[in-house]
Design a protein around this ligand. Sequence first.
Ligand code: SAM
Length: 237
Amino acid sequence: MEYSIQPIGPITSCFREKFGIPRQPGLVKSAQGAVELFPPCDREEMFTGLESFSHIWLQFLFHEAVADGWRPKVRPPWLGGKKRVGLFASRSPHRPNFLGLSVVRNKGLRKTKGRLYLDISELDLLDGTPVVDIKPYIPYSDRLDTATSGFVQFAEEQVDVVFTADAAFACQCYQQSYGRDLEKLITEVLGQDPRPASQRCKQREYGMLLWEMNIRWLAENRHFTVFSVKKKGRENI
Ligand code: SAM
C-alpha cells in the first residue's frame, strides 16, 4: 500500500524555530499565522461556508522531524521527560508518517498580491509546515465531554514573565511598525515554560525567534526576565 500526498500549501507562522512552540494548539492565544494556498487549492469556492466555523482542523506534515526518524516509545513532556509511553499514545512529531493534527482558530480568507491565504491563530506549528488538509471543527461531534486523557492531566502552572525597560520599549517599537502585540505573545509563549523538564531548576539564559525577532531571557526557577528583543541578524548592534 502506498499513497502520495500533495500538500495544499505551507504555514506562515510567528514560530520561526521549534524551541518555544507551544506543545498543543489553543495554549498561546496570540500566536498568529496563515495557510498559504497553492494551486489547485487556491480557489475561493473551495472555502465557501467555512467562514461560519470558528475553528478548523489542520492536518499537516511534521516536516522538520523527518530527518530524525521515529522510535516505538517516546518520553512525553507531560511526564517530565522521564517516563516512556508508546508512540501511538503520544502526540510526538516523530511518527511513521510524520502527520500532525491541530485545532486552530479560523480568522478567514485573505487575498494579498493575488495569493490566497487562510488566516489562523492559536497554532502550535513551525513556519513552513506543509498543510495537507483543512476541515471544520464541529463541536456537535468533536467535543467529547466524557473523554478521559490518561497521563495528560491539567495545564501546567504558568511561569512569571517580566520585561526590562529596554525589552518592553523594543516591543512597543515593534508594535508601532508591525501592528502586532509582541509583548503579549512573548508573555504567553514563555508562560508555558518552553524549557526541557531536565533544565527547569537551573539558572540559565535562553533565546528564541518569534516572527523576525530574536528574544533573550534569563530563567531563574519559575521567574523569567526578558532582557533583549532585537531583529534577527542585528543582535550585536
Ligand atoms: N497538535 C499537533 C498534534 O497533536 O499532532 C502537534 C503536537 S506536537 C507535540 C507540537 C510540537 O511539534 C511543537 O511544540 C513543535 O515543537 C513541534 N512542531 C511543530 N511544527 C513542526 C514541524 N513542522 N516539524 C517538526 N516539529 C514541529
